[in-house]
Design a protein around this ligand. Structure first.
Ligand code: G3P
Ligand code: MG
Length: 242
């Protein structure tokens, strides 16, 4: 069965990377959530996609120049989805883990460390995963592939997967060279044949961002390992046919 991972939570229906989006993903039937993390000026792990708060909140400035207390005062549903009236905050990864204690969802943590390498981020994230004993429910991905190798050195139990957005030759071989057990390609960069070849080699394939019904159906039909989607509810309803 193809797993459904809710991209930034149920980002198609709720403000991305908020507890509201994660709770909505669970209600929609997702098997797990994908979220993005960055470090604040005071060393907290914040769940936010961009390097700055400008696009997703009513504030402005760089995440790594603000304290978590400053971040958490911002409205995280300011620009997008104006129909969503409830006020939302930027959560910490700890808050998300506390919530995960009450369910069985998987959590794909995307380290947003490809542009700003955030020294020490891998150790901090993995220490929190270890504190909550979530090693078997967490999957770490990043566009910074050197960081994924470091993650495996810190804790070999936690699964990793490289993200990429341009076509690669035999990405499953490359993943194995990083110690990763999966690949997270941009959907358009990988063919069905390549997905099947990767899975034949024991490498899980979880393309992003799969929002169109036709793409979902195609990937369910070949039992692709997982999809990362903004619309977990749509995916859950379609998957029942496969
Ligand atoms: O992890 C899949 C996807 O989230 C990668 O791209 O920019 O949405 O974080 P982005
Ligand atoms: Mg992401």
């Amino acid at each position: 069965m193809t797993f459904i991972l809710a991209h930034r939570g149920s980002a198609g229906t709720h403000p991305e990377n908020t507890m509201e989006a994660f709770i909505a993903a669970e209600k929609a039937g997702a098997d797990g959530i994908e979220l993005d993390v960055q470090l604040t000026a005071d060393g907290e792990i914040a769940v936010i996609h961009d390097l700055t708060v400008d696009r997703t909140t009513n504030g402005s400035g760089y995440v790594n120049e603000m304290t978590f207390s400053e971040l958490s005062k911002l409205k995280a549903n300011y620009h997008s989805l104006h129909f969503f009236k409830k006020s939302c905050r930027i959560p910490s990864l700890r808050e998300v883990f506390l919530w995960l204690e009450g369910n069985n969802l998987l959590c794909n943590i995307e380290l947003k460390n490809a542009v700003n390498p955030y020294k020490g981020m891998e150790e901090m994230v993995i220490a929190l995963v270890n504190e909550f004993s979530l090693e078997k429910r967490v999957l770490i991905s990043s566009f910074n592939h050197k960081s994924l190798v470091l993650c495996k050195e810190i804790d070999p139990v936690i699964e990793t997967a490289p993200l990429y957005n341009e076509a690669l030759y035999k990405p499953w071989d490359y993943a194995v060279s990083l110690g990763a057990s999966g690949i997270h390609p941009k959907l358009k960069t990988i063919s069905d044949q390549e997905i099947l070849a990767a899975m034949d080699c024991g490498v899980a394939v979880r393309p992003y961002t799969v929002n169109k019904e036709s793409d979902m159906k195609r990937l369910f039909a070949i039992s692709c390992s997982a999809i990362i989607t903004d619309f977990p509810g749509r995916a859950f309803r379609l998957r029942e046919q496969y």
